[in-house]
Design a protein around this ligand. Sequence first.
Ligand SMILES: Cc1cc2nc3c(=O)[nH]c(=O)nc-3n(C[C@H](O)[C@H](O)[C@H](O)COP(=O)(O)OP(=O)(O)OC[C@H]3O[C@@H](n4cnc5c(N)ncnc54)[C@H](O)[C@@H]3O)c2cc1C
Length: 425
Amino acid sequence: MAGRARHADRGETQGKKGLTTGTAPFSPHLNKQIMRIAVVGSGTAGPAAAILLALQGHNVTLMERAPRRLPVGAGFLLQPTGWSVLRELGLEEILRAQTTPISKLYCRTRSGQVLLNLEYDELSKGLAGAGTHRATLLNLLLDTAAGLGIELQWNTPILRMSRDTDNRPCLWDESDRMHGPFDLLLICDGANSTLRAQCGVPSRVDCYPWGALWFIGKRTQDFDHHVLWQSVGSTRELIGFLPTGTDDDLLSLFWSIRLDQIEAWRKTPLAVWKRQILELAPQAETFLHQITSHEQVTAAAYHDVRMPCWHAERIAILGDAGHALSPQLGQGVNLALMDASALANLLHQHPLDKALALYSKQRRAHLNFYQFATRWMTPFFQSDLLPLGWMRDLAFPCLMHIPWARKEMVATMAGGKTGLFSSMI
Ligand SMILES: Cc1cc2nc3c(=O)[nH]c(=O)nc-3n(C[C@H](O)[C@H](O)[C@H](O)COP(=O)(O)OP(=O)(O)OC[C@H]3O[C@@H](n4cnc5c(N)ncnc54)[C@H](O)[C@@H]3O)c2cc1C
């Protein structure tokens, strides 16, 4: 419970403009009703929000459909925005010891032309992202939640919700067992959310035709420890390598693939795939020796979820359930953490109804920017629209020579943009 131990002396705000996390949510919840809160989904948004609200004194129950903790997922990039929330949770130091600082994103074409060479330092000295495994962050959040006495109900898939006579949400699991009623429900059940469609807020969900194959192995010396390295061919070929934590010195490989080609890929000898990879990333040869069967490689699909707001009466929607996006800009986990922080801070300061309305209002600019930017960028890197690849290869190297444009791209990567001309970093 090292995370909580640190809260006694916290209360600091962060140095960077806008990356403050508001009033300290860990101080006792003054003059406020203690709420009974249900959090559905224990990915990133769920446990982060549960911890922040339990520290305010609320009675929080976390419900998760998985039977137990599973080390699922690959590496992801924790951005400065995500770090700001981990600092608020008191978990920054512990996690830093288990992550690899990422100083830049480097992306080149098959022929070696540099498309992107974006260094966090350009925005602010010492600024960096971090590569880590999804399970590392999850374990830390769940250990902290357990240490706070938050009830975590595994093996509890929530299938539907209803309201009691006071309009308080009640939840029904797979065995038709009712949970609740609750004063507040947080919907954090991810991109394939079951509850999103039942909460009364309209939503639109699209599945991208392109997803990814990923594999985690031991990093070889051929890859820089601090660089997210990518290489592209046409818009149909993209590979990325992300250093993924210090403990085992891992490296995550991501390979872009059309979802309808995954079955064909499984039937094709691995040697064919490895040859394609080496055309884009010749230095991967030794790393690839670790892949000896198709079963070691996992496929992922991506969704685009749009909602006009992220709250209803006594309900808030957090993370991918409310705004899943393609991982092109590497923001999923960071946005989920920012949601949790924003909601907890608002609930600390305002009555429930007002806090929920302000939550949607406060998150709108940040979420809209990343949803728009991701939708706009993705076809340049993952699509069948080949001319977009030619445009990309002409435009990006030019943009890299314009200091203003480069800085804007770094701010976008760092997770802080709230509009075309505004940023919280
Ligand atoms: C298995 C998995 C692997 C992932 N791997 C990566 C990765 O390698 N790299 C990366 O950048 N991003 C990954 N993501 C996405 C990334 O974790 C999310 O973008 C980010 O964590 C947003 O967090 P979230 O809490 O909104 O959603 P998620 O992290 O998706 O968490 C949602 C949680 O809700 C649970 N759930 C779903 N439906 C129900 C239900 N009906 N009842 C109860 N519980 C339910 C799920 O089991 C899950 O634990 C992965 C997501 C998942 C679910």
